[in-house]
Design a protein around this ligand. Structure first.
Ligand code: SF4
Ligand code: MG
Length: 284
């Protein structure tokens, strides 16, 4: 059985105190506790400080580009249905440049797990605002405050069809391990949005800030209630942050639906090169 050491690569380059350290420990612990080994899980890293977990985590992995980690992961899952596939990225890459991929992966209910490091900034490029920051957030790129409304990742995933929507906190590794395990175990698209203090460039959303505003969803919360989950996602606007699984349904995953499509052998025929040439002729 694999241990933390088997999943460990080089020493991380994150700033001391960065929330990424806690997320890294939680991911490795979840993999070990699920009985995985580095060759039984596919990991796709996005760009940014979160993507630098590529140095730290030893697994079958690809370091993707801005937000393109998501379709890469979808392709891995379609090629190998039984392999758990995990995307590790930041809010800049996944919700900014990769917003398109994020919403379509939600729609498809592709059976991948997104672990999003939500720190409201682009940390690696020294602190420009990310789209999910609070409106009015001041940064290098928004010196007078962010003008646009905030992108709400939990609401976006939920309304676009994600079947598992959760939120964790980098300062509570024990709870985060459990969330990540449940997300990977879930069949379908799972989002774990992790509130992750960037201690160097974000002086607003600190550990103290979150510890005063987070609360855990208890056993009385009904995670199958879509309308209730939608209400919970709106608490972000009041700077309240529920921790736990906001929503979970058993909607079939994309690859499971493919398996049930009627067989049509004509679809398997590849167009001959000659026919392709005729097609091109039509356009010239
Ligand atoms: Fe972490 Fe921010 Fe440093 Fe990046 S810049 S390693 S997100 S503290
Ligand atoms: Mg970020």
């Amino acid at each position: 059985m694999a241990t933390q050491k088997d999943f460990s690569g080089y020493t991380g380059t994150w700033c001391p105190g960065c929330g990424d350290w806690g997320i890294g420990v939680a991911i490795k612990s979840a993999f070990v506790q699920m009985g995985m080994d580095p060759s039984s899980v596919g990991v796709v890293f996005d760009i940014g400080c979160s993507g630098n977990m590529n140095d730290v985590l030893n697994a079958y992995a690809i370091h993707g580009l801005h937000g393109r980690s998501v379709p890469t992961a979808v392709g891995m899952k379609l090629a190998h249905h039984k392999m758990p596939v995990v995307v590790i990225g930041g809010d800049g890459g996944l919700y900014g440049e990769g917003g398109n991929h994020f919403l379509h992966a939600s729609r498809g209910n592709h059976d991948i797990t997104l672990i999003a490091h939500d720190n409201s900034v682009y940390g690696l490029t020294t602190g420009q605002v990310a789209p999910d920051a609070q409106k009015g957030y001041k940064s290098k790129s928004t010196p007078q405050g962010m003008i646009e409304v905030s992108l709400n990742p939990l609401a976006l995933a939920l309304t676009q069809g994600a079947s598992f929507v959760a939120q964790g906190f980098a300062g509570d590794v024990t709870a985060l391990i459990e969330l990540i395990k449940k997300a990977i175990h879930h069949k379908g698209f799972s989002l774990v949005n992790v509130l992750q203090p960037c201690v160097t460039f974000n002086k607003v959303n600190t550990y103290q800030y979150y510890m005063q505003r987070i609360y855990t969803l208890d056993h009385s919360y009904d995670r199958t209630n879509y309308k209730l989950a939608l209400e919970k996602t709106q608490e972000f606007n009041e700077e309240k942050y529920p921790i736990g699984i906001l929503y979970q349904s058993d909607r079939p995953a994309y690859h499971e639906q493919i398996a049930h499509l009627p067989q049509d052998s004509s679809l398997r025929e590849r167009p001959a090169f000659r026919d392709f040439g005729l097609l091109i002729d039509d356009f010239v």
